[in-house]
Design a protein around this ligand. Structure first.
Ligand code: ZN
Length: 83
C-alpha cells in the first residue's frame, strides 16, 4: 500500500485486517477484522481516525445503550510478581 512508516521510515506498509483491543479505564472491547496499515519492517500498525471513531461509538453503544456484542469472553488476570 501507499505511504511510508511514520515510526521507522520503512517504505512498505501492508493493508491488513487485525484484532484491535479497545480500552477505557478497566473496560475492554476486542474487535476482529479491523482494517489497518502495518509496517512490514517494524510492525507498527496505523488505523484511520474514522475506523477508531466507529469502534469507540460501538463501545459506548454496548456500555450505555445495552447493545449486545457478537460475544463476550472472560479474560484471566495475573500479576507478574506472583507468577
Ligand atoms: Zn515501521
Amino acid at each position: 500500500m501507499a505511504g511510508k512508516c511514520p515510526f521507522c521510515g520503512h517504505q512498505h506498509m501492508a493493508a491488513k485486517q487485525v484484532e484491535y483491543l479497545y480500552r477505557l479505564s478497566d473496560r475492554f472491547m476486542m474487535v476482529t477484522g479491523v482494517p489497518c496499515l502495518e509496517c512490514e519492517f517494524c510492525g507498527e500498525q496505523y488505523f484511520e481516525a474514522a475506523v477508531l471513531k466507529r469502534i469507540e461509538a460501538d463501545f459506548h453503544a454496548i456500555q450505555n445503550t445495552g447493545k449486545k456484542p457478537l460475544k463476550t469472553i472472560q479474560v484471566p488476570v495475573e500479576a507478574y510478581a506472583n507468577l
